[in-house]
Design a binder for this molecule. Structure first.
Ligand SMILES: Cc1ncc(COP(=O)(O)O)c(C=O)c1O
Length: 405
């Protein structure tokens, strides 16, 4: 399929290019020393992703350990409350550890093992990536250091406990806003010192090349499964698909299955408390081009051009940039990016819980809210939403802040 001059039949061969660029976005903006480490990772990744031994080992892990394929559920009661549009969810909440993050963590940890590394290092926001990586580290017998902002540590206490039970060191980051961006800074700084023995397992499709490509590839299992399952279930493709976008990993993997299809694709960013800088984390909506954490993309900047303070009720979405592939797909027009605020998210959180018996992660509830809004606008057809995770981690926080509705 051709779309605004881009050939989506051959898209995955051409994007990113050999230097990690999706158009002008992506690349690798790091010290020469770290660049060497990234080249080593890129080389190892290209070797293992062509190795039938690695591919069959990852497939076995996904089946026997992660519980894949995750199903698609039809949202019967929510759909009938909206009229003539059928809503479906891809159930990444049922992936082991309760979110999509394990899809790339098992791949990254398998790569670490192949490269002879002893330790995995990462940051986490909502704690889902940290839990997933701690799980992968336990599975493969690797040490695991997770950097997490003190605000998120407080907000996501159950995930902090899970990481510790799984044997990870949770290292508290107290500077700045003490959320995801600062955690990434700290994890990056640690990796710079430890790259000989450790591998940095980034939590999304962000960071220097090869991470945006590698994480998307590991996550594409979600989109590939979803496309096959939806066709088997309904005999057709969905009219539209929706995913939330923080760094953008669940969306990139989900979208990968449908980019070459006549399907409308929507990526949803958090509008938080409103449009004022500092009240949201909708970088693709309000940001400008810039370099952060080793990659060029669209980011929210303060008056000095530095990453701006951001906010969302969802810890996993409050990051001042998004992956370079999303910036590219936005410019090309293949994916439409839109926003959902905190209040709409909480309404969707309760609607999915009450009408369908599924408590969504507060990140995923952004996508559910948009799916509902889209259904009301479309009037007929079908919408498939990526339910990136389950909401157990958010329950205490939501009850404390919003009460039982
Ligand atoms: C359940 C869930 N969904 C979505 C996200 C956002 O990350 P990404 O945009 O990389 O999928 C997170 C991040 O922690 C998450 O925990």
């Amino acid at each position: 399929m051709q779309y605004n001059g881009i050939d989506f039949d051959t898209y995955f061969k051409n994007y990113p290019d050999a230097n990690g660029y999706f158009g002008k976005y992506g690349g690798s903006y790091i010290s020469p020393e770290l660049q060497k480490a990234m080249e080593e990772i890129t080389e190892a990744y290209f070797t293992i992703c062509k190795s039938s031994k690695f591919i069959s080992e990852l497939r076995r892990i996904r089946r026997e350990f992660q519980g894949r394929p995750t199903p698609i559920s039809y949202l019967e009661r929510l759909s009938s409350s909206l009229g003539n549009v059928q809503l479906y969810v891809k159930r990444e909440d049922l992936n082991h550890t309760g979110a999509h993050k394990l899809n790339h963590c098992m791949g990254e940890a398998l790569l670490a093992k192949y490269m002879g590394k002893k330790k995995v290092i990462a940051e986490t926001g909502a704690g889902q990536h940290g839990v997933a990586l701690a799980t992968a580290a336990a599975y493969f017998g690797l040490q695991c250091d997770i950097y997490m902002g003190s605000v998120d540590i407080k907000k996501q206490a159950p995930n902090v406990a899970r990481m510790k039970i799984l044997g990870a060191n949770v290292i508290e980051v107290t500077h700045g806003l003490a959320t995801l961006k600062e955690a990434v800074d700290a994890a990056f700084a640690a990796y710079t010192k430890e790259y000989k023995d450790a591998i940095y397992c980034i939590g999304s499709v962000v960071g220097p090349h090869p991470f945006p490509m590698m994480v998307r590839d590991f996550q594409s299992v979600v989109g590939i499964e979803a496309r096959e399952q939806f066709l088997a279930l309904t005999g057709e493709l969905p009219d539209a698909i929706v995913a939330c976008v923080g760094g953008g990993s669940n969306a990139a993997g989900f979208f990968a299955g449908f980019l070459n299809d006549p399907v409308d694709i929507y990526g949803i960013e958090p509008l938080g408390r409103g449009e004022k800088l500092g009240d949201h984390a909708a970088s693709l909506q309000y940001g400008t081009e810039g370099v952060m954490h080793g990659f060029n993309s669209i980011m929210l900047k303060d008056e000095n051009g530095d990453p701006a303070p951001v906010y969302s009720v969802a810890s996993g979405l409050d990051y001042p940039s998004s992956g370079p592939e999303h910036a590219f797909l936005r410019d090309v027009g293949r994916v439409k990016y839109d926003v959902i605020n905190d209040e709409q998210t909480i309404d969707a959180f309760y609607a999915l819980s009450r009408l369908e018996g599924i408590i969504p992660a507060i990140e995923s509830a952004h996508a559910v809210a948009y799916g509902v809004k889209l259904a009301q606008k479309m009037g007929k057809g079908s919408v498939l939403i990526n339910l990136s995770g389950r909401g157990d981690k958010d329950m205490d926080y939501i009850i404390e802040k919003y009460g039982i509705r």
